[in-house]
Design a protein around this ligand. Structure first.
Ligand code: URA
Length: 450
């Protein structure tokens, strides 16, 4: 049967299921440019409004994964593992996770993105280290793996190109927030990336795509189904993203926090998230089998903080051209300069530090991009002086706003950032309910239970 895109748009507009052939036709037309944006966009909107069945979602994902090259990671020793975060503020997990996994001999190729909007990107964070090269050609991956067991690289243009086209259209057509579209976008890149075991960090709260736990669970379940269907052992960890993760937000600032964490001076929430994600991947990779679950968690924390992961981290940085100073810490392109403080205007307990506002404030200082062509100030960002549950007195520093030592920051940007950051802190006479950075791990069945 001859297909045409108008019929496909109408099918979805009337809430009917698309056939596998229709979805394949759509993805091919997106990739080769034969379907114009003005016809892609209404189909995306119809999917947002009418949803997709499990079968449609899986087909869409697999077709998107096949729209470019699928990586062959057979040169890795053991199970190729991967992780993905649905995005957050202060999320510095990847630079901690890879070296921690390396201490167990788990090798990983991590393809990461740049930040856009108020959530930071791992590539930008690594590029705050002087000399660090994130644009690694695929042919050079095996050599780096041989040296350190790790590669961190920007996504290559041939990785799920259909997603690149769809995502940039979704960004400007109000069609980002849709579980079938988010799940297929993320999972197409993971399948094309070549992973066989995957942990998804599904963030939930003010600073995340998923504001409610029920939506985070729905997205997790959809991605797990797609992953398992594609032969990838998949786990999802739902993590809290009401307030930023850790206490530093910005590129150099976050990499400094990574270094501190690896030196045993980290924040508890960062440690908790790294340990949980690493726990899932170590188990999926079949390592640490001589330890029971609680012993493995203790072992992970020890390796993270006693210098073993730090040694692997330094190897990773050097292997990709990054400069390590004589004191053993990375050298940064620019360093944060503390320019203004937000102070508490009353006594009380911090009941929230809204991650979305802190993320926007940090971007306004220059740490992120509002548009693709914006240049980043690597030294810009925010240091939190107080987090949820802390008791503060009037006048205490809630956060410090930083710009790079080498960068210019116009006054209007500094004041706009101050305004956003000061609105982020909620203070109450009563302490908030204690919360765990790990909300849930899915699927529920523990390891080893059939
Ligand atoms: N991250 C992605 O890669 N895709 C989405 O659609 C949302 C978050």
């Amino acid at each position: 049967m001859i297909m045409n895109i108008l019929d496909i748009i109408l099918e979805k507009r009337y809430g009917r299921e698309l056939s596998d052939e229709q979805i394949a036709f759509f993805v091919k037309g997106v990739t080769d440019g034969s379907i114009p944006d003005y016809q892609i966009s209404p189909l995306l909107m119809a999917i947002v409004l009418n949803g997709m069945s499990e079968r449609e979602m899986t087909t869409l994902t697999l077709e998107m994964a096949k729209s470019g090259e699928v990586n062959d990671l057979s040169y890795l020793e053991g199970v190729p593992v991967d992780k993905h975060s649905t995005g957050g503020v202060g999320d510095k997990i990847t630079p901690l996770l890879l070296p921690l996994l390396a201490t167990y001999g788990i090798q990983s190729v991590k393809l990461s993105g740049r930040g856009l909007g108020y959530t930071g990107g791992t590539v930008d964070k690594f590029e705050s280290i002087e000399g660090f090269n994130c644009q690694i050609a695929k042919k050079d991956f095996p050599e780096l793996i041989k040296k350190t067991g790790m590669v961190i690289s920007g996504q290559t243009p041939d990785l799920a190109p259909a997603d690149k086209i769809l995502y940039s259209l979704r960004d400007v057509t109000g069609t980002v927030d849709s579980i079938p579209l988010i799940a297929s976008s993320i999972m197409s890149k993971k399948i094309a990336g070549g992973a066989k075991a995957l942990v998804l960090d599904v963030t939930c709260g003010f600073g995340a795509f998923m504001k409610e736990e029920s939506r985070a669970r729905e997205l997790s379940a959809a991605m797990i189904r797609i992953g398992e269907g594609a032969g990838i052992k998949t786990r999802a960890v739902i993590t809290e993203m009401d307030q930023p993760l850790g206490n530093r937000i910005g590129n150099t600032l976050e990499m400094q926090e990574v270094y501190d964490t690896l030196c045993g001076k980290g924040q508890k929430d960062v440690e908790a998230v790294v340990i949980e994600l690493a726990f899932q991947l170590v188990r999926l990779a079949g390592k640490g089998m001589d330890l029971d679950d609680s012993e493995l968690r203790v072992d992970l924390l020890n390796r993270l903080t006693d210098g073993r992961a730090l040694e692997e981290y330094r190897k990773l940085i050097s292997s990709q051209g990054g400069v390590i100073d004589d004191d053993g810490s990375p050298r940064y392109v620019d360093y944060p300069f503390d320019t203004m403080h937000v102070n508490a205007i009353e006594d009380g307990y911090i009941t929230n530090v809204r991650a979305n506002l802190i993320g926007r404030a940090s971007c306004t200082l220059g740490a992120g991009r509002f548009e693709k062509r914006d240049k980043i100030d690597f030294g810009a960002g925010i240091i939190l002086g107080a987090k949820k549950g802390d008791k503060v007195k009037r006048g205490d520093v809630l956060c410090a706003l930083c710009k790079g030592e080498k960068a210019d920051l116009p006054d209007d940007r500094l004041y706009a950032a101050y305004d956003l950051a000061s609105k982020a802190f909620e203070i109450s006479p009563n302490p908030p309910k204690e919360s765990d950075p790990i909300i849930a791990v899915l699927p529920k069945k523990p390891f080893g239970v059939k």
